[in-house]
Design a protein around this ligand. Structure first.
Ligand code: AMP
Ligand code: GLY
Length: 432
């Protein structure tokens, strides 16, 4: 039996909490800091996820024997290393890599060098710093357009700029390297080739030796319909993805997943946790755009509902290095999620608006909470972030799943509510 501490507060964490709470192996579930959704399933605790010392105290006092890290920040900051370095904690297993393993997400320069070293298909790129800024400007002059510029470190999903002209690329390079617009994260900048294709999110859980392949998903990153406007954390997702057929997924396994795991081993990294491969399908061939050391959000809100396997049993097998023969049970139905966001997101938005949820939900619809909380005055549900709720639905056809998500999205109310009505529509054309 497990007393679990889950770290994070988004829709992904509500989905993880929802799935773990269904397991007979779940004795107690705490979430730091969670949201109004996770509070219905477990106990939210008011500890910031970057305060490792407070987390340590909580784990000891509450006999925690499993930590599941939802968000990248504690992993990149080395929560696993922190625990392993202390006698009282080193036996508390953590789902997630150590600081070096988390570099696959924490440093785009590190992960690019890693991919090049192990022959993993990715976009061509060169890295520049303040010291060779002028050389970077020169490098831009003969670059094909558009030009992708990436801040090396974590930048809350805002560190990638796709510049349509050389002048805009020069300005971005200057802002990142000389004007410190991304602070520490932009001290190194990758200038990268633009890959034309369709994106796909692929997920595995690895025990350091073997892995299980989780359902894939397509995320919709832009704020506006028709994939327009600025990038967000993700406005909706669909799983399965029709173009991720057996031939394509075989290429993903052979050319990307397996070389990545072999590379990590060769680097001496024992990686036990999720790997999220952000891929571009370029004319039938997969390329890595980015790695993440966690599940995606909102992808988790469609892949976890499809997983019929006990998630805690899966974590247990991961920690015991028993994934080699672990067979996942996956629901073949289409699952869709639509994010309801606050007006102004991903830029400035207000919080604190009351939320009304429908009295009855249709079958196979789940509302996952992201930026929600309870008002301190009257305990009413209120908005507390840019992404507020994810409406997940399942059906045997993509159209029906989307229809259910859209129907419920329409019947949820809060001031300034916005959502994309075209999530998954491109894939329906694909299916026709
Ligand atoms: P990332 O933060 O690395 O996920 O990048 C954000 C988004 O920028 C990705 O989801 C892609 O849509 C886009 N992107 C990043 N790198 C490239 C690339 N090399 N070619 C085309 N689009 C890219
Ligand atoms: N939805 C993309 C991410 O979680 O990074």
């Amino acid at each position: 039996m497990y007393k679990i501490l889950l770290l994070g507060n988004g829709g992904r964490e509500h989905a993880l909490a929802w799935k773990m709470a269904q397991s007979p192996l779940c004795e107690k579930l705490f979430i730091a800091q969670g949201n109004a959704g996770t509070a219905q399933i477990g106990i939210n605790i008011n500890i910031p996820i970057k305060h490792f010392e407070q987390i340590r105290q909580f784990c000891v006092q509450n006999h925690i024997n499993l930590i599941v890290v939802g968000s990248e920040e504690p992993l990149v900051k080395g929560i696993k290393d922190y625990f392993e370095a202390q006698a009282a904690l080193k036996d508390i297993p953590i789902i997630g890599p150590n600081r070096t393993g988390a570099k696959i997400e924490g440093s785009k320069d590190w992960s690019k060098q890693f991919m090049l070293k192990y022959g993993i298909p990715t976009a061509r790129a060169r890295t520049f710093t303040k010291e060779n800024f002028e050389e970077g400007i020169q490098y831009l002059q003969n670059h094909t357009l558009p030009i992708v510029l990436k801040a090396d470190g974590l930048a809350a999903g805002k560190g990638v700029v796709i510049a349509p002209t050389i002048t805009q690329a020069e300005q971005t390079l200057k802002n990142m390297l000389l004007n410190n617009t991304f602070g520490e994260a932009g001290q190194k900048v990758l200038i990268e080739q633009f890959l034309q294709g369709i994106e796909l999110s692929v997920f595995i859980l690895t025990d350091g030796e073997n892995y299980v392949l989780l359902p894939e998903a397509k995320d919709y990153k832009r704020i506006g319909e028709g994939d327009t406007g600025p990038n967000t954390g993700g406005m909706g997702a669909v799983s399965p993805v029709p173009f991720a057929d057996t031939t394509f997924m075989q290429k993903v396994k052979n050319q990307i997943i397996e070389p990545t795991l072999q590379g990590l081993k060769k680097e001496g990294i024992v990686y036990q946790g999720f790997i999220f491969f952000g891929l571009m399908n370029v004319q039938g061939n997969p390329y890595v755009i980015e790695y993440n050391c966690r599940l995606g959000d909102p992808e988790a809100e469609v892949i976890l509902p499809r997983l019929q396997t006990d998630l805690i049993a899966l974590f247990e097998a991961t920690l015991q290095k028993k994934l080699a023969n672990f067979k996942l049970q996956i629901n073949p139905d289409f699952t869709t999620t639509i994010m309801l966001v606050s007006q102004g997101y991903p830029e400035k938005y207000e919080k604190g608006f009351p939320i009304t949820l429908p009295q009855n939900l249709p079958q196979e619809v789940i509302i996952f909470h992201a930026g929600t909380t309870r008002s301190t005055e009257n305990q009413k549900l209120i908005t507390n972030g840019g992404r507020v709720l994810a409406v997940t639905a399942s059906a045997s056809s993509l159209q029906n799943a989307l229809q259910k998500s859209l129907h419920v999205a329409c019947n949820i109310h809060f001031e300034g509510k916005y959502y994309r009505k075209d999530i998954g529509k491109d894939l329906i054309i694909d299916l026709a």
